[in-house]
Design a protein around this ligand. Structure first.
Ligand code: PLP
Length: 389
């Protein structure tokens, strides 16, 4: 096993820490300590580091630094957005809407809110994975407090028509929360141009550390905090700041902004090359259509069980995913692909490939060959088993 040359095509699950990010974090974890709330020199040094990082994250999305709230993860940012706005909403404007393909951080939060008595509804998507705007038009009304629509889907990479969503919600006076965890660093982001009120980000999807996220909250947006305690983050997120994590997030955001367009072009070419190779496999079909982020590809292979394919690929050194990483242990079929109307067999045979900064053309070609062979092998094995049965 030691000599297998590993290929990592699971960047949507997490990205490796960029060495330049690590370099920025190490001094903070060492002698650069301090509690950012302390008034003395040590505290002020930590405060300055947090504020610098806040500026870097704000710059990635075109926000003012004061509109960025650091959280413990992208999941927490999503929870804070929905719960925070729902808690501050005034009757009769209480309804929460979310697209059926949102990450579990939104879907499960919305379901919990429903159990607590808040009116909640999911908005349908088309077979391509795009938000059904007619369904949104019908469900969003004067009672709607917030509508959660992600920018890039983590499983298919499909980009949602946020401009249309915002326009429609504005007309009805509803806020828009955008989960941009999988879009940041992949497509240009500008909260003012998009017109969203809230936006969730996560550091570990952009080559930053795990366990740190951020929520953009447009100035003037009414939102209650999830956590109670100190006055950190302007009373919007209590708890001593994860200074090293935040510094790493800031550095990662600055690097992502600098590399964005050249890296996007490179990844589109590699992704399309992999796609062309995989679609040569008989019975292979792509899931998701329309505008997509550059790095993501979701393919269903007929007569293949993706979980066992994934394990076979892992033995050959290729790391991919069958859907959202958080659902991987649960073996729950992808709610995203089901919401797109894909049948159970197609959902079960679907594999996500997500490329990143270290992905090369050579790796993509090798991955294509490994997958094609593994798919055929699995079909042969199941075919033989079926004949024997
Ligand atoms: N939203 C989306 C679209 C994601 O892909 C993820 C992570 O997979 C999250 C939210 C959660 O982010 P975190 O892992 O930082 O909790």
């Amino acid at each position: 096993m030691g000599c297998v040359e590993r290929i990592y095509l699971d960047h949507n699950a997490t990205t490796p820490l960029d060495p330049r990010v690590l370099e920025a974090m190490v001094p903070v974890l060492g002698e650069g300590f301090g509690n950012a709330s302390s008034l003395h020199w040590f505290g002020q040094r930590a405060r300055a580091a947090v504020d610098h990082a806040r500026g870097e994250v704000a710059a990635l999305i075109g926000a003012a630094p004061a509109e960025v709230v650091f959280t413990g993860s992208g999941t927490e940012a999503d929870n804070l957005a929905l719960r925070g706005v729902a808690a501050a909403a005034r009757a009769p404007r209480r309804k929460v809407l979310y697209s059926a393909v949102e990450h579990h951080a939104i879907v499960h939060t919305a379901r919990a809110l429903a159990e607590e008595g808040i009116p909640v509804e999911a908005i349908r998507v088309t077979p391509e994975g795009l938000l059904d705007l007619a369904d949104l038009r019908q469900k969003a009304d004067e009672q709607t407090a917030v509508v959660a629509v992600m920018l890039a889907n983590n499983e298919t990479g499909v980009l949602q028509p946020l401009g249309e969503v915002v326009r429609l919600c504005r007309e009805r006076g509803a806020l828009v929360h955008c989960d941009a965890v999988q879009a940041a660093g992949k497509v240009p982001l500008d909260v003012r141009a998009l017109g969203v009120d809230l936006m969730a980000l996560s550091a570990h999807k952009i080559y930053g550390p795990q366990g740190v996220g951020a929520l953009y909250v447009r100035r003037g947006t009414r939102m209650k905090p999830l956590l109670r305690g100190g006055a950190q983050e302007r009373n919007r997120r209590a708890g001593t700041e994860n200074v090293a994590g935040i510094v790493g997030f800031g550095r990662a955001a600055a690097l992502a902004a600098a590399d964005l367009s050249s890296e996007a072009q490179r990844l589109v070419a590699l992704r399309d090359r992999l796609e062309a190779r995989l679609l040569e496999v008989p019975g292979a079909r792509r899931n998701g259509d329309g505008p997509r982020v550059p790095n993501t590809l979701n393919i269903s292979f007929d007569r293949v069980e993706a979980e066992s394919l994934l394990l076979a690929l892992d033995l050959q050194g290729l790391a991919v995913s069958t859907g959202a990483a958080c659902a991987a242990g649960a073996m729950e079929p992808s709610h995203v692909l089901r919401a797109m109307g894909l049948g159970p067999e197609r959902v079960q045979g679907s594999v996500r490939f997500s490329l990143g900064r270290s992905t090369t053309a050579e790796q993509v070609d090798r991955a294509g060959t490994i997958v094609a062979a593994a798919v055929l092998r699995q079909r042969e094995t199941t075919g033989r088993a079926a004949i024997r049965a």
